[in-house]
Design a protein around this ligand. Structure first.
Ligand SMILES: C[S@@+](CC[C@H](N)C(=O)[O-])C[C@H]1O[C@@H](n2cnc3c(N)ncnc32)[C@H](O)[C@@H]1O
Length: 240
C-alpha cells in the first residue's frame, strides 16, 4: 500500500518542549493566521468524524477551530499538549455554547489517559506533522479507538509534484523546531505504519484544498485481520 519513501527524514528533531514553546508563541495569533488555510481540512475531518456512532476524540484540538464543525448530535472530547491553546478552545466552547463538546484535557497524544477502545472515532486535524514521534501517536490513536471505529487524519503530506517541496525541504532543515511542525512529511510514515498493523485498514485517502496541500486519511480499526482492498492513490483535489 505505501509508496517508496521519497524523502529522507533529515528533519532537525522536534521534541515536546519545542512543540509546547512554539504553541505558547502561536496561541495568541493562531486563529488570525490559521483559520482560513486549514478550514477545508477541518470541515472534511469533522464531517467524516461526525458519522461515528459514539464518542469522538479530537487529538491536538488546539484553539478548537474545528469544534463548531462537528454535528450537534456528537459527543466530542479534545486533548492538547499546550495549555495556552487549550484555554482558547475552552473559551470558544463557552462563547459559542458548543454543548456537544463534553471535555477538554491537557494530554500528550502519545500517552493518553483513556482506557483502550474508548472512542468510536479518533481524529487529529493538522497534528501528525507536529508530534516528534508520529508512529507512537498513531499507535496511541489505535489503542483508544474501538474495533470497527475510525482514525481520521488531516495533515500535509509531501508529494513529488508539490509546488512547495523546495520550501518544505529548506524549512525542515533550518527552522522546524521553531515552527513547531515538520514541513516535510512523506506518506510512507502513515502507509508503512498501516502495513505493519494487521488490525488497520486505509479506507480513504483524498487531497484537500487549498491546492491539494493537505490529505485526509481514514483508517479503520478492523475487528479481525485485513480483508478490504486499499483505495487507489488520490487523483482529484476536493475543494471542501
Ligand atoms: C497545527 S495545530 C492544530 C490545531 C487544531 N487541530 C486546528 O486544526 O487548528 C497542532 C496542535 O497539536 C498540538 N500538539 C502537538 N504535539 C502534541 C502532543 N504530543 N499531544 C497533544 N497535542 C499536541 C499543539 O499544541 C497544537 O495545538
Amino acid at each position: 500500500m505505501s509508496e517508496a519513501t521519497d524523502y529522507s527524514r533529515e528533519t532537525e528533531s522536534l521534541d515536546n518542549c519545542d512543540v509546547e514553546a512554539a504553541y505558547a508563541r502561536w496561541a495568541p495569533i493562531y486563529d488570525l493566521t490559521f483559520t482560513a488555510v486549514f478550514k477545508p481540512g477541518r470541515r472534511a475531518l469533522a464531517s467524516a468524524s461526525s458519522k461515528a456512532e459514539g464518542p469522538i476524540l479530537d487529538v491536538g484540538v488546539g484553539t478548537g477551530l474545528e469544534l463548531p464543525m462537528f454535528e450537534p448530535h456528537t459527543e466530542v472530547y479534545g486533548v492538547d499538549l499546550s495549555e495556552p491553546m487549550l484555554r482558547r478552545a475552552a473559551q470558544r466552547v463557552e462563547r459559542e455554547k458548543l454543548r456537544h463538546v463534553v471535555g477538554l484535557y491537557k494530554m500528550d497524544a502519545t500517552r493518553m489517559a483513556f482506557a483502550d477502545a474508548s472512542f468510536a472515532c479518533v481524529c487529529a486535524p493538522y497534528v501528525l506533522t507536529v508530534v516528534p514521534e508520529p508512529e507512537a501517536m498513531l499507535d496511541e490513536l489505535a489503542r483508544v479507538v474501538r474495533p470497527g471505529g475510525e482514525i481520521v487524519l488531516v495533515n500535509h503530506v509531501s508529494r513529488k509534484d508539490d509546488p512547495l517541496a523546495v520550501l518544505d525541504t529548506w524549512l525542515d532543515r533550518h527552522v522546524a523546531p521553531r515552527l513547531g511542525w515538520r514541513p516535510q512529511f512523506p506518506w510512507s510514515i502513515i502507509g508503512d505504519w498501516i502495513d505493519q498493523r494487521a488490525d488497520m485498514q486505509l479506507v480513504e485517502r483524498r487531497l484537500l484544498a487549498p491546492f491539494g496541500l493537505f490529505t485526509l486519511s481514514r483508517i479503520k480499526r478492523l475487528p479481525v485481520g485485513k480483508d478490504v482492498e486499499a483505495p487507489a492513490e488520490p487523483t482529484a483535489l476536493e475543494y471542501a
